[in-house]
Write a protein of this length. Structure first.
Length: 492
């Protein structure tokens, strides 16, 4: 009698690069199986040079190599594939020999100040939105490229690679531009999933710098022999294109059940709050509400608003130095609610430094009580984020004519019970929190799908809902105080 053939499983390495740290995770996927383990974590520390704020991309790449070496040991078996995701908009330039031309510029660098007005003089803001569907953010790749026009570095460039595409190129020697991240450049037409050629031409942006577009699940080469030697991995090891914008991977890992009308909030350094749609929303009302239409898995549209996110708290913790987050959150839970709130989408909070003082100043300027303690400042931040989540979910539902019954919080903020509960209270909707490692899970699952180990988006989400720890928060109390805080902020 023949023995049964065991169900096939595979181990996949997810390179997940965030704005403050990078990590390499190993995901094991099979029928009814989804497990994730951290192989290696490393810091991502920007460097302020005389010419401005830059990414230490060489340090990041070294961390990736160390992580892939650790992934082999963590997996205990051959790595079936590698996928790479990162933050959006930033890029590296390559010369004619394929060598990197200097350190990539950080999106928080000040070089794009005033550039939007220059762009709008050639392509008015409303027309630009109709063509690209992208919200205004001063650091969009389009504005970075216009700011760089006339520079020696851009003149010498022969290729432009977004950060995950740059890491992929160093690993494989193959060039490509993954489309979910490309859709954050303000150079993609979300209706076609192709370049917005007219916008680029009118603004003098050379789209020939970008390699051909790839889509999640496409092959992206194999690890080079020298990479295999450096990492100790047994080849061949393919690299698979995933949703290389970390938010695209995170949204792919929202554990929604079939038929559920959901909004999502991807929380971390940023909060990205919105809906998954089949088509972009390009109305003037959408533009003035500053919603963006970015591409997701299977041609979906990530219709969302960028909110400053836990960056506000991270910067306060950095300023305070000796603060212990757990104790601070417990004290914040006991602090007076909605005593003061700030606009968590305000670009005034974009730059690093002096965050507690800047929050206090914003409260003072708007005639509100100024936080006096660290706990009060923390409560102000979390109340403000919950209020911004409320506004984003309600605005997205209205503008897209898409009712919402439940909010899914994924990413690091899913671990913050106070933020999740406040968001449920503010939205007046149940919140399902988790998974916290949504970007890495989405990365792994797209690789697994490309290798035949998992089915469509619905199957991916069903597997997540069955295997990942999730916490549900029900809204408490009435919404009068939240509505009053919202009005108070709108009147300032």
């Amino acid at each position: 009698m023949a023995l049964p053939v065991p169900a096939r499983t595979g181990a996949f390495a997810a390179v997940d690069l965030g704005a403050s740290s990078g990590r390499v995770m190993v995901g094991r996927v099979g029928p009814g199986t989804l497990a994730l383990a951290e192989a290696h974590r490393f810091p991502n520390r920007p460097v302020r040079l005389p010419e401005g704020l830059r990414w230490d991309v060489l340090g990041l790449y070294a961390g990736v190599l160390d992580g892939l070496r650790a992934a082999g040991a963590t997996a205990g078996e051959r790595i079936a594939s590698v996928g790479i995701d990162s933050w959006a908009v930033d890029y590296g330039l390559l010369d004619a020999d394929g060598a990197l031309l200097g350190h990539p510029v950080h999106y928080r660098d000040g070089r794009t100040e005033g550039v939007a007005e220059k762009v709008w003089a050639s392509v008015p803001a409303a027309e630009l939105y109709t063509a690209t569907g992208l919200q205004y953010a001063p650091f969009n790749t389009l504005y970075q490229l216009v700011a760089a026009q006339g520079s020696a570095r851009l003149a010498a460039a022969r290729r432009l690679l977004l950060i995950p595409d740059l890491i992929s190129y160093w690993l494989t020697g193959e060039l490509g531009t993954e489309v979910t991240n490309a859709s954050t450049t303000q150079l993609i037409d979300p209706r076609t999933g192709d370049w917005a050629f007219s916008v680029a031409e009118r603004l003098g942006v050379d789209l020939g710098l970008f390699p051909p577009l790839r889509r999640p699940g496409d092959p992206a080469g194999q690890l080079l022999p020298e990479v295999l030697e450096e990492t100790g991995l047994a080849g061949p090891v393919p690299v698979t294109a995933v949703g290389s914008h970390d938010t695209a991977s995170a949204v792919a890992a929202v554990p929604a059940v079939p038929g559920e009308r959901f909004a999502y909030i991807c929380t971390g350094t940023w909060s990205l709050a919105g809906l998954e749609l089949d088509a972009p929303v390009l109305s003037e009302a959408s533009r003035t509400a500053n919603f963006t239409n970015e591409l997701g898995l299977d041609g979906t549209v990530r219709y969302l608003r960028n909110i400053m996110g836990l960056w506000l708290l991270q910067e306060c913790l950095r300023a305070w130095g000796d603060a212990e987050l757990g104790a601070l959150l417990r004290e914040a839970a006991d602090a007076a609610p909605l005593r003061s709130v700030v606009d968590a989408g305000d670009a005034v909070f974009l730059a690093p430094g002096r965050m507690p003082e800047r929050i206090a100043e914003a409260c003072r300027t708007t005639g509100q009580s100024v936080p006096r303690t660290r706990a009060e400042t923390t409560r102000c931040i979390l109340d403000s984020l919950a209020l911004a989540h409320r506004r984003a979910v309600a605005d997205a539902a209205r503008l897209a004519d898409h009712p919402v019954d439940v909010v899914h919080i994924v990413g690091g903020g899913a671990r913050n019970a106070l933020l999740c509960q406040l968001t449920a209270d503010a939205c007046g909707l149940p919140v399902v929190a988790g998974p916290a490692e949504a970007a890495a899970l989405g990365n792994v699952l797209v690789q697994a799908r490309a290798h035949g180990l998992v089915g469509d988006r619905a199957a991916i989400r069903e597997l997540l809902a069955r295997t990942q720890p999730l916490t549900r928060y029900e809204p408490r109390g009435n919404h009068t105080a939240w509505r009053a805080a919202e009005r108070r902020l709108a009147e300032r």
